[in-house]
Design a protein around this ligand. Structure first.
Ligand code: ASN
Ligand code: ZN
Length: 329
């Protein structure tokens, strides 16, 4: 096929879509030649198989209906690719320029999204609503699921115990970062998870400034945290990232109020999101391994901060203080 540039009517407004013209059929395909030939498929309610590649006759993807979810998924993967390349110099999930795939309309009212390592695909259900099934497809969910692929290709944190919590948190952290990077007025950057989807009726499902706001996640490390579900043992690492970037206490960002507590009540002054992202990324890709636990994550981020900023700066000292603020010593 030949590389082409289409236009899509997405939930993020009118967007450019990188597509491919199939020279045999003459149809345009959701196959992104700029991003490792990432392909977007319609599962049409199935839960197995790879579905059908989305095609369009005129490369203006505004048909609505089933196509809308395909447009959104294709667009958000491009944003996530551009985040990793622009911020971390990483070429795709695998770091080698190879693309992934998206599968939409998975199952019947399936209200979740997930990454499949075997196929290298992220998959989205239609959610519980009766609309066109695009509500789960956001920059945040795409970045969360693609980051499970990045983690697998790098530290390969085992998805159980404390390493599982760190794996989940890594997805939550880079999902927030990608959303801020995209800076889209329809979906401004925040430290929430699940907002704008209909997983639990449109409210957020997670809060990085104070993870316990969901009623289940932990704000602070404790012995035995490795025994709970990875989506809740991730809390102290989500909280660490928020505090490291933004600091403790009340703060309003893009209109959303936050109020982040610390374990010992001592305030933390943030070093900014950009430095926090760089530190977590380097810790993940250079120092963390499959069995990294919270204590080892602390050591990994300190080494990363030392590499990037030296040991005498605010960054290194704040990483240490922030781990103490989530009870990791
Ligand atoms: N959306 C969920 C996640 O990525 C699916 C899962 O439980 N793995 O965490
Ligand atoms: Zn996850």
């Amino acid at each position: 096929g030949e590389p082409a540039t289409g236009r899509g009517c997405s939930s993020y407004g009118n967007v450019t879509l990188d597509t491919t013209r199939n020279t045999t059929t003459g149809l345009y395909e959701l196959n992104d030649p700029k991003r490792g030939n990432h392909k977007t498929y319609d599962m049409n309610g199935a839960t197995t198989g790879s579905g059908t590649l989305f095609t369009d006759a005129d490369n203006v993807w505004c048909e609505g209906g089933r196509q809308s979810a395909g447009v959104d998924a294709h667009y958000v993967q491009a944003v996530v690719w551009d985040y990793y390349l622009g911020t971390h110099g990483r070429k795709g999930v695998y770091g080698n320029g190879r693309g992934t795939c998206s599968r939409v309309h998975y199952g019947d009212h399936y209200a979740n999204a997930f990454w499949s390592s075997g196929s290298g695909c992220m998959t989205y259900g239609d959610g519980t609503g009766t609309g066109n099934g695009r509500s789960l497809i956001t920059i945040e969910t795409a970045a969360h699921e693609m980051t499970h692929g990045v983690t697998e290709a790098t530290a390969n944190l085992t998805y159980s115990g404390e390493s599982g919590g760190l794996n989940e948190a890594t997805s939550t952290i880079f999902a927030a970062a990608a959303e801020f990077f995209a800076n889209n007025p329809n979906d401004p950057g925040d430290y929430l998870t699940g907002e704008g989807t209909d997983i639990f009726g449109n409210t957020a499902t997670g809060w990085m400034d104070k993870p316990s706001k969901d009623g289940r996640s932990k704000d602070y490390w404790y012995p035995g945290i490795g025994g709970i579900d990875v989506h809740y043992s991730s809390g102290p690492a989500d909280h660490f990232f928020y505090l490291l970037a933004e600091g403790s206490g009340p703060k309003v960002i893009n209109g959303v109020p936050y109020d982040s507590p610390t374990y010992d009540g001592k305030p933390v002054k943030g070093i900014g999101r950009s430095a926090a992202e760089r530190i977590w990324y380097r810790a993940l890709t250079v120092y963390m391994t499959s069995n990294t636990n919270y204590a080892a994550a602390r050591a990994a981020t300190l080494r990363a901060a030392a590499d990037l900023y030296g040991t005498n700066g605010d960054e290194y000292a704040t990483v240490a203080a922030t781990w103490a603020a989530v009870n990791v010593k």
